[in-house]
Design a protein around this ligand. Sequence first.
Ligand code: ARG
Length: 279
Amino acid sequence: MPTTLSASEITTPRTAITRTVLMCRPDFFTVDYRINPWMHPEQPTDTSLAVRQWQTLYDTYVGLGFDVQLVDPIDGLPDMVYAANGGFVIDNVAYGASFTYEQRQPEGPAYMDWFRAQDFDVRVPENINEGEGDFLLVGGVILAGTGFRSASNSHAEVAAIYGRQVVTLELVNPSFYHLDTAIAVLDATNIAYLPSAFTDQGNATLQRLFPDALIATEEDAAVLGLNSFSDGYNVVIASRAKDFERQLRERGYNPIGVDLSELLRGGGGVKCCTLELRR
Ligand code: ARG
């Protein structure tokens, strides 16, 4: 038994900051094309189950005191439920999405229309990017994913728009094709991640920036456990991500499990269904 605890093992008091988020009810959710390895169009989906599971996530956020806003789902855009991909919003500035695959391209303008109607300062993107799927704000720094979806030139665009440091991280595993499937932002200084999802260079960068990061197991990542949403204390996660839950508790967070198994069949989890709106 060790007699002293390392810095990362000491339970720090955590502070919840009430969030404003955008969600999209999966009324038209199905899997009828395959743009990531999780999707199997030959297997039937249950849209009403997806809606019920999504409602649990919605209710969880409302219960945490979040301001949850809704964008209308559009028939024929089955992936629109993954609101994280609809843009990236900081300081009232909404950087629009420009999707990699044509099946999702109409979602970009649909989300930008919603941002405009809500008086966000909308920036029409010049480069391919999938919003908060690949851009994660940690304190003052923006972590930016590339390799499968967002193009690296979108990282430079984001740096110019927000005047913040953007750290490029290259993803290498097609199952973890968006940054938010491989990194969970816990608060302004802490993250959790899956090392095998990144290049050696990416791992070196993450170790340097976050030496105390929580390291997720392959098992938890395989149920998109890292695809979670934190308010700084409460962390909404996939209920099947048991080791992640334990590690969060050990570090003074309050993990809250939800089951989004039907939405996992589209390759998305908690975070994918959640776009943070920062005014
Ligand atoms: N089927 C969607 C796609 O492949 C899932 C998006 C998941 N979203 C996310 N933020 N990781 O584009």
